[in-house]
Design a protein around this ligand. Sequence first.
Ligand code: ATR
Length: 291
Amino acid sequence: MRNIKGTTRVCGIIGNPVEHSISPILQNKLADLTNINLAYVPFKVLDGDVCDAVKGAYALNVLGMNVTVPHKSAVIDALIDIDPLAKSIGAVNTLVRVDGGYKGYNTDILGLKRELEEENIFLKSEKVIIIGAGGASRAIAFLCASEGANEVIILNRTFDKAKGIAEAVNGHFNCNVARAMELSDYEKLSGGDYVCIQTTSVGLHPNDNDTPIEDMKFFEKIKIGVDIIYNPAKTRFMELLEKSGDGKRAYNGLKMLLYQGVCAYELWNDVKITKEQADLVYDAMKKEMKL
Ligand code: ATR
């Protein structure tokens, strides 16, 4: 049990709802492991109150905050500085205290980058397929382009949403790397060896047997896959990918969740979390979530 006293620093998460958040478990475990006297707590913040909450947090000497649904875009107006990648994505999930206010980052995306690198997956020069065209897809498409992917194909049921993301990415990076495709057109994908990131909610518990694409011919084109869903721990998308060829690797989204927290903690405390420490936090998360 941490010794809460006069020098204890406070961090927290603002969102609505926040009651289900795993971040307090994750961050307080990091504080235990690094021996830093920090307490991380949930702050339920209603729509329209985000700017007041951020101002109040600064006045209360809060060291840093995570931001979750539905405030990831609205919070940008309350910042005094923003990391360029977070700005281009248009979503912030981490606030770091600086002189006069908070600087915003998107560690959802830095966390995915860290997870991929830890698994020896580097997006540079890769051909990437992103399934889905919501907020997560948009952020991942920006990451792929900023990492120097060769091709980023956004496959989505609603073509116009995919097109919107592709145009935003190409416009921002002044290139032609991103392209939209309708989900049902996957047969038109040329060649193989794609890295595929599944960002839709299809397959999320309790719909464990669902997947946005069933056809094995699609999975044969993919060499590595990440499903951002972590419940169930092995989604049908992951199962089909593993079945489609010997030694194919498929990852779920729990490490992405872990590393978004690790990256935030490092920014707040100016420390480096080791792989061993991250693994201990990962075990604590799985235990808490009964995965
Ligand atoms: P987030 O912001 O978390 O990424 P979202 O904005 O709700 O989530 O996006 C969900 C994505 O899953 C969307 O791209 C959605 O497709 P549409 O743009 O056509 O709505 C996709 N999705 C949801 N249910 C789907 C289904 N049954 N089949 C295919 N795609 C689905």
